[in-house]
Design a binder for this molecule. Structure first.
Ligand code: CAA
Length: 395
């Protein structure tokens, strides 16, 4: 078992850390307060290749492994989770889905622009009445012969107002249940695509979250991804990888909170010594460090399994559920360590605490992750978890 990162992975980690410190930290409090989309920062992320890290170089991406992507997500998420969710959706939900299941024409037309950040993508699955219960799609895509006619509403769409491309999941044959669901590449400039108001959120406030309305949008047949009826499986498979990205975001929040708490506790004095010298605070730091390391191992291993071509759906669900709980725990404790200063915006920890909450909700709530995990372990007839090695069923 090797725990060391390669030189390339260390270089990515270092570059992401430097970028987050130099380019994201300044202004993050204002952007969060004013819900300002980080346009300039996203452009710089694109220039550095952060928006298509895992895409093959053939399509303009970085050709990197999932672990490198996770390391970059972790570093950015210590500071600016609006930027890191924009990055995560573009990389693991949009680019990965098109590269894995799209046609060569779709890759040439869309992936080459998305991987370089020239265009940004959004993943449109959730609906007002279909969040966790993703098979209950009300959005319809009716086969009209030479095109599909798309109608419906999507909710809470990250990158909703700033993207040029949507991957839209829609029902084409209600009788067929989830086997009647398709997924389409939809350009937001097409007639009938309308963007709702930007959501005013608890956390990740400067990221761009909208509802989207599709009214009689004509989608060319060649913009369907995969065989007829593949849309639900596409969503599930893509979300299994997306959850590794969100788990890495949660890991970054847990790490950022921990680092801020350690630094502050060494500076702040009470009763004649730094508060880190008081056991009440030192034990908090010990718990935070332990949860952080446990989360890190789960997230890195899920990424590693994906890179081995092994089944990673359960590993990514475990990584997300645990890392998001570590993010909530560590950020809440970091606020506590900061005392009154933790409750004001200047010290960053209150923002991390607000940002942490969404990691327990999007790309599958913690309850959904537990459904995924429990179904998998209960269908096995032995007690050995297959995710301990990469030798399990191939994805
Ligand atoms: N990989 C491949 N196939 C899968 C799969 C996976 N990970 N999970 C399920 N499937 C397949 C099943 O094998 C089954 O296929 P067959 O009928 O051919 O056997 C089919 O999909 C249906 O599966 P289930 O019967 O398990 O379906 P279900 O209705 O019980 O739902 C669920 C399963 C896990 C609860 C699923 O609905 C789910 O993941 N819900 C959460 C949705 C979600 O994550 N939403 C997040 C929105 S996106 C977002 O947040 C993006 C953003 O902007 C940040």
């Amino acid at each position: 078992m090797v725990f060391e990162l390669t030189e390339e992975q260390l270089a990515v980690q270092e570059a992401a850390r430097e970028f987050a410190e130099k380019e994201l930290k300044e202004g993050v409090i204002d952007r969060d307060r004013d819900m300002t989309y980080p346009k300039e920062q996203v452009r710089k992320m694109a220039d550095l290749g952060f928006l298509g890290m895992m895409v093959s170089t053939k399509y303009g991406g970085g050709g990197m492994d999932t672990l490198s992507y996770v390391l970059a997500m972790e570093e950015l998420s210590k500071i600016d989770n609006s930027c890191s969710v924009i990055m995560s959706v573009n990389n693991s939900l949009v680019c990965w889905g098109i590269e894995q299941y799209g046609t060569e024409e779709q890759k040439q037309k869309y992936l080459t622009k998305l991987s370089t950040g020239e265009w940004i993508g959004a993943f449109c699955l959730s609906e007002p009445e279909a969040g966790s219960d993703a098979t209950s799609q009300q959005t319809t895509a009716i086969d009209m012969g030479d095109h599909y006619l798309l109608n419906g509403t999507k909710n809470w769409i990250t990158n909703g107002g700033t993207s040029q491309v949507h991957l839209v999941i829609a029902q084409s044959d209600k009788e067929a249940g989830h086997k009647g669901i398709n997924v389409f590449i939809v350009e937001t400039s097409w007639d009938g695509v309308a963007i709702g108001a930007k959501e005013d959120k608890l956390g990740i406030r400067s990221s761009d979250t909208h509802s989207i309305m599709y009214s009689d949008v004509k989608v060319p047949k060649e913009n369907r991804i995969g065989e007829n009826g593949f849309g639900f499986k596409f969503a599930m498979k893509t979300l299994s990888g997306g959850r590794i990205g969100i788990a890495a975001q949660a890991l970054g929040i847990a790490a950022g909170s921990y680092e801020l708490a350690v630094a502050y506790s060494k500076e702040r004095e009470a009763f004649g010594k730094p508060i880190s010298q008081h056991q009440a605070v030192a034990f908090k730091l010990a718990d935070m460090a332990t949860k952080l390391e446990a989360a890190r191992l789960l997230v890195y291993r899920a990424a590693w399994l994906k890179d081995q071509g092994a089944d990673y759906a359960t590993a990514s669900a475990m990584a997300k559920v645990y890392a998001s709980e570590a993010a909530m725990w560590n950020s809440t404790e970091a606020v506590q360590v900061h005392g009154g200063y933790g409750f004001v915006k200047e010290y960053h920890v209150e923002r991390l605490m607000r940002d942490a909450k969404i990691t327990q909700i999007y790309e599958g709530t913690s309850e959904i992750q537990r459904i995924v995990i429990s179904r998998d372990i209960l269908r096995k007839d032995n007690l050995y978890l297959p995710i301990l090695s990469a030798d399990g069923e191939k994805a």
